[in-house]
Write a protein that binds this ligand. Sequence first.
Ligand SMILES: NC(=O)c1ccc[n+]([C@@H]2O[C@H](COP(=O)([O-])OP(=O)(O)OC[C@H]3O[C@@H](n4cnc5c(N)ncnc54)[C@H](O)[C@@H]3O)[C@@H](O)[C@H]2O)c1
Ligand SMILES: [Zn+2]
Ligand SMILES: [Zn+2]
Length: 366
Amino acid sequence: MRAAVFEAVGRSVEVDEVEIRGPRNGEVLVRVAACGVCHSDLSVVDGSFPSPLPVVLGHEAAGVVEEVGAGVTTVAPGDHVVLAPLPACGTCYFCTRGQPTLCARFSASLFTSLLPDGTSPLSRGEEVVYRGLGTAAWAEGAIMPEVAVVKIDTDVPLDVACVLGCAVQTGVGAVLNTARVEEGASVLVLGAGGIGIAVTQGARLAAASRIVVVDPVAQRRDAALRFGATDVLDPGADNPVAAAFAFTGGIGMDYVFEAAGQAALIEQGIMAARPGGTIVCVGAPALDQGISIPGVVGFTASEKRLVGCLLGSVHTQRDVPRLLALWRQGRLDLEGMITHRLGLAETEQGLDLLRRREGIRTVLTV
Ligand SMILES: NC(=O)c1ccc[n+]([C@@H]2O[C@H](COP(=O)([O-])OP(=O)(O)OC[C@H]3O[C@@H](n4cnc5c(N)ncnc54)[C@H](O)[C@@H]3O)[C@@H](O)[C@H]2O)c1
Ligand SMILES: [Zn+2]
Ligand SMILES: [Zn+2]
């Protein structure tokens, strides 16, 4: 099959022929229809997240089931599905405690670029080709565990549904699952790319009363206003921490979401949050970045909560149908998030759009 392969840092992603084996026990082969371009893919390409190479990236996808392995009962060839980069087994220590994104069986795949059994379904001659970010969907086909495909109705356009696979489940999930923002709360969103825009939509769904979105890119601030922001800020012109206090009568924000992937903004978020407020780390800074909390006793005494968030603490099988129901009601805008459509051979151009912070989400149509 054709796949966009990433060979080495400094080299562009190019389409090549790659072999994909058939589905084994409990697996399905999906013919990929569309896959988004996320900053987490770009972080692998620019070296911020070291990965085994060569690798096929792309983890925000939808497609059609082509073939099912032995024992697969919940989907059949012809079914339309959203692909889940992080499925849940349902029975491990973490799944049974309601934390499916920490699933002991599946969460490692995101970082090893291999299936849970330690192999990759992709190869090129004798060479292993890694299955990037739990999916490897910048390709014509993808091998997925049965629990990692969510069946959707055939009237949902696949090139629209794909953004559920990462940006939307992550951003909306950060608000509804991870933070559980309550009606009337004040929310600060740092960064308005695909993830920040989805956080903004989540805050609107949660009926937050004030949704302040910060981004240095004017076009993205304008987009944030269309997706539910009540106020937008340019961090080059206004200090977001001072603004957070000004907007809330000197109290600080109830919830802050770091959605830019810069560790320094987590520190900014801690300062902007009110006593008792929650800071959610959604962005994924480069491996060598960290944070420091000077005068940490102030953090202790103000009972702030700093929480991590992997893919919106999503339970994919539960949340994808829920999010699609909200989309059908006109309460969640998926189409509006997709600003560019390119072919698989133009993957590198999609990455360039992300580097230049142009548009919101690029979807590759396979
Ligand atoms: N936690 C997860 O599971 C998860 C899932 C998907 C993506 N991510 C991460 O989320 C981050 C965002 O992804 P994306 O695809 O939206 O990327 P993106 O590049 O489209 O968006 C990042 C935005 O941050 C803005 N920004 C830069 N400096 C800023 C500042 N000082 N203040 C406010 N905003 C600033 C940029 O202008 C840009 O619009 C990335 O780090 C990505 O790896 C995490
Ligand atoms: Zn992603
Ligand atoms: Zn599990």
